[in-house]
Design a protein around this ligand. Structure first.
Ligand code: HEC
Length: 139
């Protein structure tokens, strides 16, 4: 391994660390989250600040519905469109999260936090619901 390859590795590792520590506040329209790929990482970066660890929801400065034990996650289109378009005080993520990221995220939410909807959600499912959005769900 040459010095250059070593420093490239170090740089890549540093970028990864910086990327994963992007504050959730930065999540919002027009901001890309290129590093987070697993549903869990995306949840922590983009959703947890409002919906709280474990998806338990909460109230304080606002009211954030629990995603834990939430029967509305049963029909995947509901969380997908909520994430793409936003809902009331919730920001939208079309163009911020890619179709692949939203698919991993929704699959994660539907199988964690006491939710038991094992059918995986695909990027195709997300793209179908992205039609007619000004941004296409991040292609
Ligand atoms: C800035 C705070 C905020 C962020 C960030 C946020 N949400 Fe929300 N979310 C809300 C609020 C507020 C509501 C309730 C909207 C309403 O009044 O219907 C909501 C509603 C929802 C709902 C509908 C729940 C129900 O029972 O109807 C889902 C699903 C959801 N959010 C998922 C997510 C996911 C996944 C993310 C991350 C990509 C996320 N939210 C990020 C604030 C937020």
């Amino acid at each position: 391994m040459t010095i250059q390859t070593i420093s490239r590795h170090v740089l890549a590792a540093a970028l990864l660390v910086v990327g994963t520590s992007v504050p959730a506040l930065a999540a919002g329209p027009g901001f890309k989250l290129p590093v987070a790929q697993t549903g869990e990482e995306i949840y922590v970066q983009a959703c947890q600040s409002c919906h709280q660890p474990g998806g338990k929801g909460g109230s304080g400065a606002g009211s954030y519905p629990a995603l834990a034990h939430n029967p509305k996650l049963g029909a995947a289109a509901y969380p997908i469109t909520t994430i793409l378009r936003g809902r009331a005080a919730m920001p939208w993520f079309a163009g911020t999260l890619s179709a692949e990221q939203i698919a991993s995220l929704v699959t994660y939410l539907r199988t964690h936090f006491g939710n038991d909807y094992p059918a995986p959600v695909t990027a195709e499912d997300v793209k179908k619901l992205s039609v007619n959005l000004p941004t296409s769900g991040g292609e």
